[in-house]
Design a binder for this molecule. Structure first.
Ligand code: FES
Length: 133
């Protein structure tokens, strides 16, 4: 599967397989429509706008977030699907190096506003498959 492949996923659809993810390494990028995040986040942008998102595997857990830094709403990966810093303990924003905890999305260092977090995307993991809830 190409690293550039970014499926548009709606509720209940498959995002990817667990085997598409590397522990604290390569994540999987996908897109969702703004209207699909309204139930958990409210309306961020235009209803039909597509938003980038990603899934990562960290310490055996699977986490999904909008690919949208809490500092400035920009995509964060430094290469497509690469979200971790060198020590593989944080998600890092490639623009101004904000650091986030992979399991909560909490910003712990950098220019993101105090107490800010990445926007989590609800998922369901069934066997080896990861679905958008
Ligand atoms: S845009 Fe992410 S740290 Fe500034």
């Amino acid at each position: 599967m190409s690293e550039e492949f970014e499926p548009l996923v709606t509720h209940g659809q498959l995002i990817c397989e667990v085997s598409d993810l590397e522990e604290a390494g390569q994540g999987f990028r996908f897109q969702l429509a703004t209207r699909d995040i309204v139930p958990f986040e409210g309306l961020l942008d235009e209803p039909d706008e597509l938003l980038p998102a990603f899934v990562i595997l960290f310490d055996g857990g699977i986490y999904a977030y909008l690919n949208r830094c809490a500092h400035i709403p920009m995509e964060m990966d430094w290469n497509p699907g690469q979200f971790f810093d060198d020590d593989q303990q944080h998600i890092i924003c490639s623009t101004h190096n904000a650091l986030y905890l992979p399991d909560s999305g909490q910003c712990v260092l950098g220019p993101c506003p105090k107490g800010s977090k990445l926007i989590a995307v609800p998922i369901d993991v069934v066997g080896q498959k990861i679905y958008l809830r």
